[in-house]
Design a protein around this ligand. Structure first.
Ligand SMILES: NC(=O)c1ccc[n+]([C@@H]2O[C@H](COP(=O)([O-])OP(=O)(O)OC[C@H]3O[C@@H](n4cnc5c(N)ncnc54)[C@H](O)[C@@H]3O)[C@@H](O)[C@H]2O)c1
Length: 443
């Protein structure tokens, strides 16, 4: 099968996927209480296993197309039956490619392809849709996930979960509502399901590097796309299309991209940081881009442990995507993408290593979601992804304002709510804002 929509380096081999599946069920249990029940085989579960699950995709761009491809590849008894995007043409392109890749698993007639800002609501109104994959730009995520939970749908939500404290609080509400309703929410932090990440965290927990003293984490790359404004576009349409460059939509690179690293740091450290102190700036972005080129943050975790973090998108500058955890007895390197993990002792001698495939992990999140629904023990892990996303927001708030910002202030007191009121396709929006440390207010 070809994967025309996303560069996936390998298709999951079933033995790797099954092994990882067993492991990730264990990790899912720790966060969502799912695992124990997955082994239970009641007659209800057997009946549920045979029922076809009907999927809808909201946000038919690069990752949305990749995510639905992953789900249809790894799962049996599932069908894609509806799609929504700002643009009907993107629904149609996705439908064509996915139908070719998965004949028999796609049944979207034209009346179930929705465009514009209301498309999402029409997906939720469809009582035959069981699972909604929400892969729009991040700014919509908290409200869309909450609405999907209210509508009784199971959810796959891409990262980041939120781009501001207001969105974080909505995610926590949605998490609790899903637990109460018995519906699933699985997040797109795929490294939580990748063998070499799971293995490294297990090694660290078992003391392989001694006491964890601190860490460095970097997501430095060479640049990102920019979609220029077309003549007939309103402010709203332009910003929603060129979403990466507007903070209410992307959260800046620290939330949009580097949340993977911060999620890994939270996982290793076993919780959220206490505070953040950071800086950065913008030098190469297009004039109306609100994004910074680079952000560096020191996060203080309980036990006086510092995570020194940096993200950067500057053409020509060196790329590095790494997580390094320092312990009293050794150092653990948790390699991003499919580069594997390893541990060295204080003399530099390698004592452990493990390979891992990001392509497998991308599929595993969809297998875990569907399996958990089928056995009646839905995984709910939004809080974990919301926490990691909020760590990114915390770092951005510290860097933009030039202040030390505490987790308690950001999560409990901050009034920052970036989502525009009464957003419509034709909305006029404020001119792009460029944060200036010392002038940008901490709110
Ligand atoms: N887990 C990962 O490794 C990974 C990788 C890439 C992207 N992502 C995440 O996936 C999300 C999408 O990224 P992408 O690269 O696919 O972007 P994209 O621009 O290619 O696709 C986003 C799509 O969503 C549509 N959209 C935007 N707002 C919408 C709305 N309100 N209703 C319906 N459709 C809407 C857009 O028209 C677009 O087609 C982002 O949150 C991104 O961070 C995750």
């Amino acid at each position: 099968m070809t994967t025309p929509l996303r560069s996936i380096d390998r298709i999951a081999g079933s033995s790797t996927a099954e092994a990882l599946s067993r492991r990730s069920f264990v990790s899912a249990a720790a966060v969502g209480g799912a695992a124990a029940g997955l082994m239970v085989h009641s007659s209800l579960a057997a009946a549920e296993e045979s029922r076809e699950l009907r999927l809808a995709l909201v946000g038919c761009g690069g990752r949305g197309s990749g995510a639905i491809n992953d789900s249809l590849t790894i799962n049996q008894g599932v069908k894609l039956v509806a799609a929504a995007d700002l643009y009907e043409s993107r629904c149609a392109t996705m439908r064509r490619a996915i139908s070719e890749a998965h004949p028999g698993k796609v049944d979207i007639d034209d009346s179930r392809m929705y465009s514009g800002l209301d498309g999402f609501k029409r997906v939720l109104d469809d009582p035959t849709v069981d699972v909604v994959l929400i892969t729009t730009s991040p700014g919509f995520r908290p409200r869309y996930v909450r609405a999907a939970v209210e509508a009784g749908k199971h959810v796959f939500a891409e990262k980041p979960a939120c781009v501001d404290p207001a969105g974080y609080r909505i995610c926590l509400e949605a998490h609790d509502a899903a637990v109460a309703k018995g519906t699933a929410i699985v997040g797109g932090t795929q490294y939580r399901r990748q063998a070499n990440y799971i293995g490294a965290v297990e090694q660290i927990r078992q003391g392989a590097i001694g006491d964890v003293i601190g860490a460095t984490s970097r997501y430095c790359s060479s640049g990102i796309w920019y979609r220029p404004r077309q003549e007939d576009m309103s402010d709203a349409e332009y910003q929603m299309n060129n979403w990466m460059h507007f903070i209410w939509l992307s959260g800046d690179q620290i939330a949009e991209q580097a949340v993977h690293n911060l999620d890994t740091m939270n996982w290793v450290m076993g919780g959220n940081p206490l505070s953040a102190f950071g800086s950065g700036g913008r030098f190469t972005r297009p004039a109306d881009s609100e994004m910074w080129d680079s952000v560096s943050v020191d996060y203080e975790y309980p036990g006086n442990r510092i995570v020194s973090f940096e993200c950067r998108q500057i053409p020509g500058a060196a790329s590095e995507n790494s997580n390094v955890v320092y312990g009293s007895k050794g150092t653990c390197f948790i390699g991003s993408m499919s580069s594997g993990s390893r541990i060295v002792d204080r003399d530099g001698k390698q004592t452990w290593d493990m390979a891992g495939s990001i392509a497998d992990a991308y599929k595993q999140e969809h297998k875990d979601l569907i399996d958990s629904i089928r056995v009646g023990k839905p995984i709910v892990e939004l809080r974990q992804m919301a926490d990691s996303s909020m760590v990114a927001v915390l770092g951005r708030m510290a860097a933009y304002t030039g202040q030390r910002v505490t987790w308690d202030f950001a999560t409990k007191e901050s009034k920052l709510d970036l989502f525009p009121e009464n957003l419509t396709w034709e909305s006029s929006l404020p001119k792009p804002q460029h944060a200036i440390p010392g002038k940008t207010k901490l709110i």
